[in-house]
Design a protein around this ligand. Structure first.
Ligand code: F6R
Length: 608
């Protein structure tokens, strides 16, 4: 999704902006641009496509300045062309704006500005802001920005510079993340901590409604009356090495291989083996709160929604509390049954997904307690939930979520264990589950050792045009996740289904060209899945089976086998996810796809 960077300080501005934009490449974008201010006014360079194109434009026509803003765009209003790339300038070229989000009353504002004589040079809603700020300018850029924002409906993270009030960047946030990076004799603005991490760890996360004025030696956070408001300075916990590829061909592969460590980090200091429970410091739920939960709603999008489905099964099985899983985009517009005895678990890697955030706010509004399972520290969901469990999986840069998924399932297991032990789960059973969790990092390392064998399977199937992924019980969501991984990075059509449900439709697709991936470890429903494998074989489907034992029942049914170790049924998707991720990865690479930045996708979906 769109990225914003700003810099004011003594160094050459354009290279800093370019570097920041490159650090945010992983978020997904389709064009980029920068605007710099110097003694002679505003200069912009913009380019469609990759940041390399912008870099080339800057190399052939360099610009210099002492303050600048930059942007990577993910098209919403108008196609991804140079003309629509940000920054957008006002009619008199005095104001430049970069903007993430959507202006909902764009048509009304545009008509009013056209009436006043403004000519539009792009199809974007952002250009409106540039003209509006020019129109309302009366000596102070921050006041003009505040005045413009009173007329705007919608969401924004934005940064503005003006030659009529130089020496500052004005930023504002409503619904789209922004932070100030605090340096010495220099300051930064960014939508993502990774863009400033090479320069500073000290950041101020802006809240919705905040406006910021950033100068070379100072910054202020102000409200809508230009009055200074208090803020806190946070430290980014990540290291630069964590947001670099570190010798791997792709971030996705690096992140797949990090899973023994990321899962360990999710559990670190939380798993209490002796008591068969978990210690979760941030959930802000008292013993009484935990005992009084009548029902649980888990809401999320995409991969996080798949981990929610696994959480549903865990909580229902071990805590005997009814759980509903809702797509955040659907939940927010329903009339959901939520009371003050509802616990709403919100799952998000980025902590910024617009629909998930809105769903959480809706649940809160209706009186539910909210618990965020979030990876990005300081993100909006993490700051607005009532309590939370950070995943501590480390930065996930590859657009396809991998290590965040396994850490989400681990976090759900930790919470389930805690809740179940408060309620009816025996200490003996609790200990068994805790012990199994403790063994996961080593088991993940074992699964990763089969990467070369999975790569060989990928070679066989790289030309396939369709895939079916089937699983039952805890491994049905794993099948969904396997299908999502494949389609998003290889562009092969793939569907996940509960294995038995196949008979009610998808079986019609099966012939000798259809690869069917079965997630079939030896769990409570294993025998049932064997029957489903037989049904596929009888129709000459090609079977790739992820299983955990040498099973006589599988003899003659498997074309390609991937072996994983055994654990508790509820934890099995953590192990089965890894071969599914690797299969998708290797197929995509063999098809020449851009694995880390798949087409049309964004890492953090901050629009509805
Ligand atoms: C798929 C993927 C997406 C995200 C979804 C939610 O690989 O990454 O489906 O899972 O956009 O994102 P978060 O978890 O950041 O809310």
């Amino acid at each position: 999704m769109c990225g914003i960077i700003g810099y004011i300080g003594p160094k050459a501005v354009a290279p800093i902006l370019l570097e920041g934009l490159k650090r945010m490449e992983y978020r997904g974008y389709d064009s980029a641009g920068v605007a710099l201010l110097n003694g002679t006014g505003l200069q912009t360079r913009r380019a469609a496509g990759k940041i390399a194109n912008l870099e080339a434009a800057l190399a052939s026509q360099p610009i210099t300045g002492v303050v600048g803003i930059g942007h990577t765009r993910w098209a919403t209003h108008g196609p991804p062309t140079e003309r629509n790339a940000h920054p957008h300038r006002s009619g008199d070229e005095s104001v430049a704006v970069v903007h993430n989000g959507i202006i909902e009353n764009a048509n009304t504002l545009r008509s009013a500005l056209v009436e006043l004589g403004y000519e539009f040079r792009s199809d974007t809603d952002t250009e409106i802001l540039a003209h509006l700020i020019e129109e309302l300018f009366d000596g102070s850029l921050e006041e003009a920005v505040i005045a413009a924002l009173t007329k705007v409906e919608g969401t924004y993270g934005l940064a503005v510079v003006s030659s009529r009030d130089p020496g500052k960047i004005v930023a504002a946030r409503k619904g789209s993340p922004l932070l100030i990076g605090i340096g010495v004799g220099e300051n930064f603005l960014a939508s993502d901590p990774s863009a400033v991490l090479a320069h500073t760890r000290n950041v101020v996360y802006l809240n919705d409604g905040d406006v910021a004025v950033i100068e070379r030696d100072a910054y202020r956070v102000i409200d809508r009356h230009a009055a200074t408001i208090p803020h806190t300075v946070d430290r980014i916990q990540w290291d630069l090495a964590e947001i670099e590829r570190g010798g791997y061909d792709h971030f996705m592969l690096k992140e797949i291989f990090e899973q023994p460590m990321s899962v360990e980090n999710t559990m670190r200091g939380r798993l209490i083996l002796a008591d068969g429970t978990a210690k979760l410091g941030g959930i802000n739920l008292t013993h009484a709160d935990l005992m009084n939960i009548d029902n649980v709603v888990i809401t999320a999008c995409g991969t996080s929604w798949h981990s929610a489905l696994i959480g549903e099964m865990m909580i229902e099985e071990l805590c005997r509390i009814p759980v509903e899983v809702e797509y955040a985009s659907e939940f927010r517009y329903k009339n959901p049954i939520v009371t003050d005895r509802t616990l709403c678990i919100v799952i998000s890697q980025s902590g910024e997904t617009a629909d998930t955030l809105a769903a959480m706010r809706e649940a809160k509004r209706r009186g539910a307690k909210t618990l965020g399972l979030v990876n990005v520290v300081g993100s909006t969901i993490a700051r607005e939930d009532d309590g939370g469990v950070y995943l501590h999986a480390g930065p996930e840069i590859g657009v396809a979520s991998t290590k965040a998924f396994t850490s989400q399932v681990v976090a759900l297991a930790l919470f389930t264990l805690k809740l179940a032990r408060k309620r009816d789960l025996s200490v003996v059973r609790g200990r068994e589950i805790a012990q199994a969790m403790h063994g996961l990092p080593a088991q993940l390392a074992e699964v990763l050792a089969s990467a070369p064998a999975i790569e060989a399977i990928a070679e066989e199937f790289k030309e396939s045009t369709n895939f079916l992924y089937l699983g039952r019980g805890y491994n049905f969501p794993a099948a969904l996740e396997g299908a999502l991984k494949l389609k998003e990075i290889s562009y092969i059509h793939a569907e996940g289904y509960p294995a038995a449900e196949m008979k009610h439709g998808p079986i019609a697709l099966i012939d000798d060209r259809m690869p069917v991936v079965f997630v079939a470890p030896h769990d409570a429903v294993f025998d049932k899945v064997v029957s489903n494998i037989q049904e596929v074989r009888a129709r000459h489907g090609r079977t790739i089976v992820i299983t955990s034992r040498d099973e006589p029942a599988l003899k003659g049914l498997i074309d390609y086998e991937i072996r994983i170790p055994e654990t508790e049924d509820m934890l099995m998707p953590i192990l089965s996810a890894v071969p599914l991720q690797l299969l998708a990865y290797y197929i995509a690479v063999k098809r020449g796809a851009n694995v880390d930045q798949p087409r049309n996708l964004a890492k953090s979906v901050t629009v509805e």
